[in-house]
Ligand binder design. Structure first.
Ligand SMILES: [Cu+2]
Length: 283
């Protein structure tokens, strides 16, 4: 009888370990989000600031839910630990089911509506007239950029027929992604391996791809856009801080994907004009 009583006395250890672990885990997680030892680089666009504010709003709301849920779980584990009695069970509570389902819907839809304006500025509002257009072409495994030059017009690329005819004549390097130099608009186009933009001026990218899907991603712009073969996708922004930033391909595009990087450079007006002049001279 005495032995059986000891068997049924219940256990505090397992419940204590689990509860303490959950509380410690919650405190460490919250600390990492507040102290921010690892965080995004600062945004350099107004849209980026809007996105960051939205991110923080979402993080605060979901953070509060997270903390309450983890502490609640720790409390339940401790409160209903094995106390040597027969277990009771509940078959659920419809009111609570309805309440937390509705609360989740309100939260998600609300945050979505709140974020809509930041999304719309980039995706539904066209760029202003007179912005600086730059063509971006993704290719396994590099980025190519093109500026329209003094005439402000992008020249034609070779047609497939032109490239094929050139190949027949023995020039095996001919492809339809080379400028057609018989087009006067193409003569002053400037091709570059890195992209530079003037600070505080609206830039419109025309994003294309030669082969597979790539993705134009600069963390500081808070923008990421796929480059899709056969399409020209427009994206616009105004960078507000000079500096050199990393441009990466954010779409797994083949074995060399990891080295598909370039530099995104934001320059003052004078530096940009000089840079473009240097690039033109080296064509
Ligand atoms: Cu790529």
């Amino acid at each position: 009888m005495g032995k059986r009583k000891r068997d049924c006395a219940g256990s505090t250890t397992v419940a204590a370990i689990f509860s303490i672990f959950l509380v410690a885990f919650t405190i460490i997680t919250v600390y990492l989000f507040i102290a921010k030892p690892w965080w995004f680089p600062p945004s350099i666009t107004e849209v980026g600031n809007l996105i960051d504010s939205q991110f923080h709003r979402t993080l605060v709301i979901t953070g509060i839910v997270f903390v309450l849920a983890q502490l609640g779980l720790a409390w339940v584990i401790w409160r209903y630990r094995d106390q040597g009695k027969a277990a009771t069970y509940s078959e659920g509570n419809n009111t609570m089911e309805v309440v937390w389902t509705l609360a989740t819907i309100v939260l998600f839809v609300g945050l979505g509506l709140y974020a809509e304006s930041a999304w719309a500025i980039v995706h539904f509002t066209p760029a202003q007239a007179g912005d600086l257009q730059i063509e971006v072409v993704g290719q396994q495994f590099q980025w190519n950029f093109r500026y329209a030059g003094a005439d402000g017009k992008f020249g034609r690329y070779k047609t497939v027929e032109q490239a094929l005819a050139q190949r027949k004549r023995g020039d095996q390097s001919a492809t339809p992604w080379q400028l057609d130099m018989t087009d006067p608009d193409a003569k002053d186009d400037i091709l570059t391996p890195i992209i530079a933009v003037p600070v505080n001026r609206e830039v419109e990218l025309l994003i294309r791809s030669m082969d597979v899907t790539h993705s134009f991603f600069v963390r500081e712009l808070r923008l990421k856009q796929d480059a899709v073969p056969g399409m020209t996708i427009h994206m616009h922004f105004t960078a507000t801080k000079t500096g050199d930033y990393e441009l990466a391909c954010a779409e797994l595009c083949g074995l060399g994907h990891y080295r598909m990087k370039s530099t995104f450079r934001v320059l003052s007006d004078a530096d940009f004009a000089q840079w473009l002049k240097d690039q033109a001279a080296s064509q």
